[in-house]
Ligand binder design. Structure first.
Ligand code: HEC
Length: 202
């Protein structure tokens, strides 16, 4: 009898405690509209490390994000020194050489990136008959890479040098947008390799 009374009391205590906790939680959430309520593990929201946009008293200008010092190149970053001008295009065409070896793996990867990023306009065979070109009215179809077609910038499509194709991928050209943020330098050169294979089509 005594035992069961104790068990009853325990139940009541647990029950009342639960009600009390629930009301506190409820009320603390209603204090005002801007309240974030009870915050658990605050340091998950405010990490010890500085966020890039946070003020930072360790630097003279008080900002966490610092501009890199002049003439430095971030690790892994590949510079492209040719401007998006006719002179830049001519210089890239004359001096850039594909740094990758022509191999089956590189060509297969180039084909893959070409199909993902270029084929929708240039067509899988490089004939300018990609789905976007066919569907969008008013878009000038890009010229066939193979023999016999002139580029609107002069010269034969089949003879565009590697550097000119790379420059075009980097900056885009007319209806074609720039692809430098979509493909890494390595991937761009693989695509160039594959386009140069398409240039041999008749
Ligand atoms: C949105 C459609 C579109 C996409 C995507 C696109 N292109 Fe183009 N590209 C064009 C058009 C249109 C032209 C022709 C522009 C003109 O003559 O006015 C062109 C022209 C070119 C030229 C010829 C440049 C010259 O000097 O004549 C090359 C090379 C080229 N593209 C390569 C690529 C490669 C490689 C990719 C993928 C990384 C790609 N393009 C993705 C639409 C596209």
């Amino acid at each position: 009898m005594k035992g069961s009374m104790l068990a009853m009391n325990k139940k009541n205590i647990v029950f009342s405690a639960a009600i009390a906790l629930a009301s506190v939680a409820l009320l603390s959430a209603c204090r005002n509209n801007k309240s974030t309520g009870l915050e658990y593990a605050r340091n998950m929201y405010d990490p010890i490390a500085y966020n890039q946009d946070q003020p930072n008293k360790n630097f003279a200008n008080g900002a966490t994000s610092q501009t890199p010092p002049a003439n430095t190149t971030p690790v892994g970053f590949v510079r492209f020194e040719y401007a998006n001008t006719p002179e830049g295009l001519a210089a890239a065409s004359a001096s850039l050489v594909n740094p990758l070896d022509t191999s089956e793996t590189n060509l297969a990867q180039g084909k893959h990136y070409y199909e993902v990023f270029c084929g929708n306009c240039h067509g899988a065979k490089g004939d300018g008959q990609g789905p976007i070109t066919l569907l969008e009215k008013g878009i000038t179809a890009p010229a066939f890479y193979g023999e016999g077609r002139e580029s609107s910038r002069g010269g034969l499509m089949s003879e565009l040098p590697a550097g000119r194709i790379y420059h075009t991928i980097y900056y885009g050209y007319n209806a074609m947008g720039p692809h430098n943020s979509l493909l890494t330098p390595d991937e761009r050169w693989k695509v160039v390799m594959y386009v140069q294979q398409l240039q041999k089509t008749k």
